[in-house]
Design a protein around this ligand. Structure first.
Ligand SMILES: [Zn+2]
Length: 81
């Protein structure tokens, strides 16, 4: 089955960017692709059905490196979790 290509808004990229702490270049605890962070804000799709297209690259808050949908990132710890 072909994947559904979903273009996310710049606001969604910014929102997901705020949820990450670091990327694989600056942290050895990075373990999920950025697309999964985006996906966590869009639960009406099944994760294996969609592929996200970013209108802009996100930026790692720690090393300022470019983050695209395939970049492995570390998500911020949720203090209430
Ligand atoms: Zn980084």
């Amino acid at each position: 089955m072909d994947k559904l290509l979903v273009t996310v808004s710049q606001a969604a990229v910014t929102q997901a960017e705020r949820a990450i702490e670091a990327c694989h270049r600056c942290s050895d605890r990075a373990e999920i692709p950025f697309s999964r962070v985006l996906h966590s804000f869009r639960r009406h799709y099944r994760e294996d059905e969609v592929e996200y297209i970013l209108p802009v690259l996100a930026q790692c808050p720690t090393c300022c490196g470019d983050v695209d949908e395939n970049t492995v990132v570390q998500v911020k710890q949720n203090p209430s979790a």
